[in-house]
Ligand binder design. Sequence first.
Ligand code: ADP
Ligand code: MG
Ligand code: MG
Length: 934
Amino acid sequence: MSKKWVYLSRSASDELAETLGHEPALGEMKVILGGKGAGLATMTGTGLPVPPSFTITTEACVEYMNSGNFPAGMWEQTLEALKEIEAATGKKFGDPSNPLLVSVRSGARQSMPGMMDTVLNLGLNDETRVSLAELTGNEWFSYDAYRRFITMFSDIVMDYSREYFEEKLEELKKKEGVRTDPEVSLEGIRALVDEYKAMYKDHFGEDFPTDPYRQLELSIKAVFDSWNGARAVAYRDHEGIPHDWGTAVNVCTMVFGNMGKDSATGVAFSRDPATGKHEYLYGEFLINAQGEDVVAGIRTPQRMTLASSREWAKSQGIPEEKRASLYPSLEEAMPEIYDEFLGIVDKLEDHYRDMQDMEFTIERGKLWMLQTRTGKRTATSAVRIAVDLVEEGLIGKEEAIMRVDPTYVDLLLRPSFDPKASKTVIAKGLNASPGAAAGIAVFDAGRATDLAAEGQDVILVRPETSPDDVPGMLASKGVLTQKGGATSHAAVVARGNNLPCVAGCEDITVDVGRRQFTADDVVVKEGDVISIDGFTGEVYLGTVPLIATEYETQPDLIKMLVWADEIRELGVRTNADYPEDARRAREFGAEGIGLCRTEHMFFDPRARDAVVRMILAETDEERQSALDEMLPIQEQDFEGVFEAMDGLPVIMRLIDPPMHEFLPSREELIEEVTRLKCTDPDSPELTEREKMLQVVTGLWEVNPMMGLRGCRAGIMYKGLTEMQTRAYFQAACRCTKRGIKVIPEVMIPLVGHVNELKMEREKLEAVAQQVMEEEGIEVEYMFGTMIEVPRAALTAAEIAEYADFFSFGTNDLTQMTFGYSRDDAEGKFLLKYVEGFDTGEVDYNGDPIKTPILEANPFQTLDQVGTGRLVEMCVEEGQAADPDLEIGICGEHGGDPASIDFCHRVGLDYVSCSPFRVPVARLAAAQATIRNRK
Ligand code: ADP
Ligand code: MG
Ligand code: MG
């Protein structure tokens, strides 16, 4: 016996169970029968009204693609299935007295809406048309069905475009002076069919095929072939669907929604696909119409329910009387069918336990289901539906959690541009930080701060940004940079502060001096309004209206994240430098601060002078007096953070960047000194600038990222980290006295050798002890280190001896493991590495096939093979040396779902990410627990 290629919808479940040796799961059914075929089989099996149908498997399609022929036995099995359908309907294929008509429909494993084609009314020819007219007593209808069939068959099967046929129909309507198809006269439509047949003969040199079996064979082949059609291939490329799955073919008894006023056709969602609301059915139908008419937009479709119909009419300005007579809802027009449909919707949702997208047809007062599938949805509705389904008892919390893509959570928290608004795109860069912002272009951080203080919405536009620009960035609504990648300064700061950012926008040329940028022939001057879309990387001229979203106003999201908290094993902390960030992150569910950077305090205008004096100091006394001035400012900041994090741990990272970042740039100083020498050679300013230049030159390093920074700066600059530690512990002690529960953790950055950590720790722990003694109060604390130098990871056992905790700084760790500078790599080669290089070959579409060097940007998604290996080893050896060692991650990866899954698997205690990523991380961490348990 040959392989089974054809399944009747009525018995498919049972037969598949036999083939597979167990009850087929929905996924398995889809693999073999395609989504549509599985839906038809399930609906039929559940006793729903489905026109008798059968499905030719995807496996048959694959065989056909490989050999160019139907596989052995397939055609015979098709004919047998057809006989079964004939028996079930009492009609006969090609029988001039009682003809069976069918549709031939494609249907892949995963739905590819509108990507492949369907032929309706197959089986019609001159004779069967006559009996269709007699049996229905409707001659007009029989011609209409026939002309549709000729059109679809020519277009889909024979590649003779339907436009030529539709043009003739349009001409006919014009000639008869009518607006819609059903108004065309009988004579008109009869003549049209004759004209179509003549066109066909003219075009192909032979008659339109009258043998229904020939029609069927050609149509099945056409559906198989459509799998490799340009549209389908492009869609699969876009969605990442494999090209070797193949499509099933569904042969379905025709039912007619165009048999008169008691017939109709429509589509409906069981819940609102935009909002997820489960209030009423969302859908549309048309009376006296066939399938494609609803989407074709020729007539105004009607709503399913009275409520939605009223809502719709109101939005259209249609008065109630007019609505009720011209566009009644299905609920009003066919109340019994409406009730039956509601019952079916409930059954389908019960079965699939998810929102369904359904197609139906009503033929002379009888309802038929033609399709059901899981409906596509927005981020908002995905969360709402998942939560509702749990509360309705259809799915469990874990399933609900697994159904929501963590990136959706991120989307839900950011305002976005109104998709309906019109926009003028002038450039496109990297979508570095999601969100949408509009405001006036400003080219200098200082001016940005000033103008923002005046209440202006500002977009800061820079060639690139540096720590000096941070206050200006934070005052702006968004940031646009010409250079730099996804982990450039601009991108990192923007993401950390939920600031929309388009970075590395090479389409623009920023001229800071002239306060303008150009994009092709568009010139944008300071004060001109632009909009940037951090979701897409697009830059627009003028404002685009925004639609806002907030966490507190999203009860479904909050509910789902509370469930996630019950499940997840990873802690979720936040990277927050300011009390404001810390408070927000806490609202978002952060369980502590995993990284509080202290360098921004050095840019504080109140501390600025002291910082510069500290760096320039020639004697210990000078330095100490500058540090003494900085102390109270730092302490104040830390108190704010402790207050915001009352009861939760706060990891304070000691100063990290190279000192030159706090001084003017060398180029700038050389320029000034030269200028002053010419204009004002005796000025004290010149002496001062010269001295500064000397210091900056002294600090200058070829490779500052690998230079005097992190713990190295702490070791070399006497008093600096002592001051920070003192400020931190004073804040901790004083907060404790005020009744705030503090959990201080001090993090020593950039350790590569255990002796660095040992020296810093011993020195700073002494300071901590001294402060507590002075304050007369004890607080529990920890000292630990950031693991970001590969050598530290490799010597974890030694390092663990002097660390109470490790926190992976995966940005630097990635940079140093790959040897890629994260400030330069993206623009120079990294993005190209990910995008890939031309192979000289092209795909089905004629697009070049590229081979990438890297699967993903390692600064965005943790490289599990290389960098991850270091992490894994480090965790293992660190924990072996000290079982109580607390281990987390505070690099950008802490907010990336794939990286979070990795962190769960290697057994970290927590991830730490920017405030707006906290909800994402909570969900991703729960998913990691569930996923890795199975
Ligand atoms: P798609 O996947 O593009 O939705 P379908 O195969 O579902 O394609 O069919 C396109 C249209 O034809 C749909 O509106 C469907 O309802 C209609 N249709 C398909 N088969 C039949 C049938 N047997 N009887 C009546 N209408 C049908
Ligand atoms: Mg469909
Ligand atoms: Mg670092």
